[in-house]
Design a protein around this ligand. Structure first.
Ligand SMILES: [Zn+2]
Length: 360
């Protein structure tokens, strides 16, 4: 095959494999997705096939990772084993009891609209469908955000909730004034990376905490959206990282770190390097690899408001803090995530009179 067609073929293969299980409905309906290959850079050589259970990629170069994903999917297609699992319950995890079981018992700050609200903005999105295959939510089309509430009774808050996330923060409408600093404790940490079909997520093993409003929250996981879900003063951002915390009372606090294109981010490089090859797969990270300080800006002033999970079941009662200073990732880092997740952002939701505090 001509060298210049390799990236396009790789992406088409990836999308075709996801489509086979219905995971790429959103991508297929997104014109940007079908145009993406045209802007892909040429590569020097054709991708080399690798076994489905190849070791985690040593290179984080976007093309190298796409090639590995392509090879893995092709391998599984020939074995008839292609499957896409969505939601945080996907796949066994050695430390599942730490983050995910705890997540299942999380309770929102005030309202408790569901029996088992999730502690993550990426809770399982499964719903029974004809033919034994499970339908699931996505970001466009018949399973897109405007239809989430129709998919399962438990997703009702996605349509009827009055304190939903994400939101557009217009500084002119915020409550400006002094507020407490966010106190982070971020030792080097262990964790694992999962591709849950909706995003790339890092589940962390204990140790990282956020103290705010008289409570200490443990950092369970962080994950990414492209583009950013939040908007600030009529500006959108290329990506956002959501840091999902929970305190001993089961209350959730999410810190949003907005991301612009720019300098390489070291933590993102580590995560991308170990990115799972298949949706549903989990890759453990080398001990002590994660240093959350690498993902946070120096200036930690923030906007604060009450909101919800930004994915089904859209549970409310989540304390949100959006940091005002964006971080950066390189164009290559951005391109890699964008190829896997061309659009995984819920539209902004109405404030409905909510107070947004600007912490100065
Ligand atoms: Zn999120």
């Amino acid at each position: 095959m001509p060298p210049h067609s390799a990236p396009a073929t790789a992406l088409r293969t990836l999308l075709a494999a996801l489509w086979a299980c219905g995971a790429a409905t959103a991508l297929a309906n997104d014109p940007a997705a079908s145009h993406a290959p045209a802007s892909a850079p040429p590569v020097a050589s054709a991708p080399a096939a690798q076994p489905a259970h190849a070791a985690p990629p040593a290179s984080s170069h976007p093309q190298a990772v796409v090639d590995r994903i392509k090879a893995a999917i092709e391998s599984r297609q020939t074995q008839g084993k292609v499957h896409v699992v969505v939601g945080e319950s996907a796949g066994p995890a050695p430390h599942a009891a730490t983050a995910q079981s705890a997540a299942a018992h999380a309770q929102p700050h005030k309202t408790r609209p569901h029996k088992t609200p999730a502690a993550s903005t990426h809770a399982p999105g499964h719903a029974p469908a004809a033919g034994g295959h499970e339908a699931h939510w996505s970001y466009a089309g018949p399973q897109g955000p405007e239809h989430w509430a129709e998919m399962k009774p438990e997703f009702g808050a996605c349509a009827t909730g009055q304190r939903q996330s994400p939101v557009h923060i217009d500084e002119a409408g915020t409550l400006q004034g002094p507020a407490e600093a966010l106190i982070f404790n971020h030792p080097p940490s262990n964790g694992s990376v999962i591709n849950n079909g909706h995003t790339i997520q890092v589940d962390l093993d204990g140790g990282n905490t956020l103290t705010v409003r008289g409570s200490t929250y443990k950092l369970l996981q962080f994950h990414f959206h492209h583009p950013a879900e939040e908007k600030m003063n009529y500006k959108g951002f290329a990506m956002v990282a959501h840091l999902v915390h929970k305190n001993d009372q089961g209350q959730l606090a999410v810190v949003a770190v907005l991301i612009d294109p720019g300098a390489v981010n070291d933590l993102v490089r580590k995560v991308w390097t170990h990115m799972p090859l298949d949706a549903g797969d989990r890759v453990p990270l080398p001990a002590g690899l994660i240093d959350m300080k690498e993902l946070l800006p120096q200036d930690q002033r923030y906007y604060q408001f009450m909101g919800s999970l930004t994915t089904p079941p859209c549970t409310e009662g989540v304390l949100w803090m959006v940091l005002k200073q964006p971080m950066t990732v390189s164009r290559d880092q951005l391109k890699l995530f964008a190829r896997l997740f061309p659009m995984n952002a819920r539209p902004v939701q109405a404030l409905n009179g909510r107070v947004v505090r600007e912490a100065q």
